[in-house]
Design a protein around this ligand. Structure first.
Ligand code: FAD
Ligand code: NAI
Length: 480
């Protein structure tokens, strides 16, 4: 006899575990299938985000920022530090303990909400009665599970380059790059996207000479151009070396005596053949949805040309009662986007009518300074011939930013020329990941730039720059 649930969720990343919790809160009998194994061999909840994504990368970013602050900027405050040293094993142990606290926290939440964790790999199987079941292949064998509603939340994995073998030691994707046992003298990175910049920054701060090879000719194409230009200048000044518009050729490991290094052969933007020799290489060229072995074909579901499961605006697939959310479907591959979809689907199953405004989902890149945006950028507004006004204000004119030694960057607000509705907010600064929340709230409530300009912001705080940028859309910035 198969187990029976109201809601079965496949995958316990941020999309799946949140969907499970919300469905349980709404009174459903819920099971979640998850197979992730941590490096210590234990099964673990939390998916990419908690195990090898958002959480460990931000822990390492914080460690490397602390190291750089002490090593390079303590003197600015009149503080003398004899010699800053980094113990990589300890830094990694701290990161692992943050991950473990978070993943164990999800286990606690599953117990609290009476969610059954089915440990193993799930796949759809056609049943004789013309319906389907979900088979869970676990350590003790397989079992068939029935559910009225199935939510696919199987996430994504790193895209690899053809012919480039990722061994997670010399050549790594995000998983290996979060586990280095020493600071590589020379680090190569393929892909100047979010992971390349965040993890490239971690190892640069700790002492690596970092070279990033990027296929596109433009830098951070999804950002507002003013932000990407500023970022390119600042990251270059920090010591990240970029080679844009390259074409990657052969990538191989080469042993000389007792040392093995990596050679990346590539053609540069001018068409000249080049070789980058490095001690370690990170390949960060995007991610692909996880649908392998899921048995989609058994229930007549197919993926699209990008490998994603097609869904409507409510994350409903073609198959009644089957939904898909998170990285495995269209939209940005971001944890909070998946979480929102998890809540949406659980509430729709319960007969509620929630919706998601995808235009109000914020993006953050956790470099230093951080980059964050929500809504449309200036290139998109120009392309759609929308008339807009722009207001920009720099952090170097903000007392809190100067006190914090963080004068770089600006806030830029784009507002409709006639209605003054905020259409997009673009920030490059310290603390941009927190500042952007105000902009997301404003956009969800269809606020105008005048609304932000009229709202009292605390002094001294970085948030005053948001208000000044709003005033600047009407050429009324007060401190400029
Ligand atoms: P995942 O988190 O990938 O989880 C899917 C889960 O499904 C996995 O645990 C997998 O084991 C399980 N699964 C898959 N197939 C099956 C199956 N057949 N049976 C059982 N289980 C299965 N996003 C942000 O918003 N902010 C960040 O700061 C950020 N930093 C990142 C840093 C890195 C290095 C990386 C790689 C990603 C980062 N992301 C960040 C992206 C974020 O991690 C993803 O968008 C998010 O994890 C997607 O959530 P998900 O639940 O859709 O999928
Ligand atoms: P990405 O899409 O951000 O960047 C990949 C980069 O690699 C692009 O600039 C692309 O032009 C380049 N590229 C692709 N193929 C190439 C090739 N053959 N040669 C050279 N360059 C090539 O992908 P990334 O950095 O792997 O991150 C994956 C996703 O994970 C992100 O898009 C994001 O959704 C998520 N993420 C989010 C974070 C955050 O929210 N702070 C942090 C890290 C990841």
């Amino acid at each position: 006899m198969s187990q029976n649930f109201d809601v079965l969720v496949i995958g316990a990343g941020p999309a799946g575990y949140i969907a499970s919790i919300r469905a349980a809160q709404l009174g459903f009998k819920v099971a979640c299938v998850e197979k992730w194994r941590a490096p210590n061999g234990e099964l673990s909840l939390g998916g990419t985000c908690l195990n090898v994504g958002c959480i460990p990368s931000k822990a390492l970013l914080a460690s490397s920022e602390t190291f750089e602050e002490i090593q390079s900027h303590a003197g600015d405050h009149g503080i003398t530090v004899k010699e800053a040293k980094i113990d990589i094993a300890k830094m990694m142990a701290r990161k692992d303990s943050v991950v473990s606290k978070m993943t164990k926290g999800i286990e606690f939440l599953f117990r609290k909400n009476k969610i059954t964790w089915l440990k193993g790999h799930a796949r759809f199987v056609a049943a004789e009665d013309g319906a389907y079941r979900v088979e869970v292949l676990g350590e003790a064998g397989s079992e068939l599970v029935e559910a009225r509603h199935v939510i696919i939340a199987t996430g994504s994995k790193a895209r690899h380059l053809p012919g480039v073998e990722v061994d997670q030691v010399l050549i790594s994707d995000n998983e290996g790059a979060l586990q280095f046992d020493s600071v590589p003298q020379k680090l190569g990175v393929i892909g100047a996207g979010v992971i390349g910049l965040e993890l490239g920054s971690v190892w640069r701060r700790l002492g690596s000479e970092v070279t990033i090879l990027e296929g596109a000719t433009s830098f951070l194409g999804a950002c507002d151009e003013s932000v990407s230009k500023e970022a390119f200048k600042l990251f270059g000044r920090q010591g990240l070396n970029f080679s844009m518009g390259v074409q990657i050729g052969e990538v191989k490991t080469v042993s000389k005596g007792r040392k093995t290094s990596v050679e990346v052969h590539y053609t540069d933007a001018q068409g000249a053949a080049q070789v980058l020799e490095c001690d370690r290489l990170i390949v960060s060229v995007g991610r692909v949805p996880n649908t392998e072995g899921l048995g989609l074909e058994a229930v007549g579901l197919a993926t699209d040309e990008r490998g994603q499961i097609p869904v409507d605006q409510h994350c409903q697939t073609r198959l009644p009662g089957v939904y898909a959310i998170g990285d495995v479907v269209r939209g940005p591959m971001l944890a909070h986007k998946g979480e929102d979809e998890g809540v949406l689907v659980a509430e729709r199953i319960a007969g509620q009518q929630p919706h998601i405004d995808y235009n109000c989902i914020p993006w953050v890149i956790y470099t230093s300074p951080e980059i964050a945006w929500v809504g449309q950028n200036e290139q998109q507004l120009k392309a759609s011939a929308r008339e807009y006004r722009s207001g920009q204000f720099p952090f170097m004119a903000n007392g809190r930013a100067l006190g914090m030694n963080s004068p770089d960057g600006f806030v830029k607000i784009l507002a409709d020329a006639k209605t003054d509705e905020i259409l997009g907010v673009h920030i490059i600064s310290a603390g941009a990941s927190d500042l952007i929340a105000e902009a997301a709230v404003a956009m969800e409530f269809k606020a105008s730039a005048e609304d932000i300009a009229r709202i009292c912001h605390p002094h001294p705080s970085l948030s005053e720059v948001m208000r000044e940028a709003a005033l600047a859309t009407d050429k009324r910035a007060l401190n400029m």
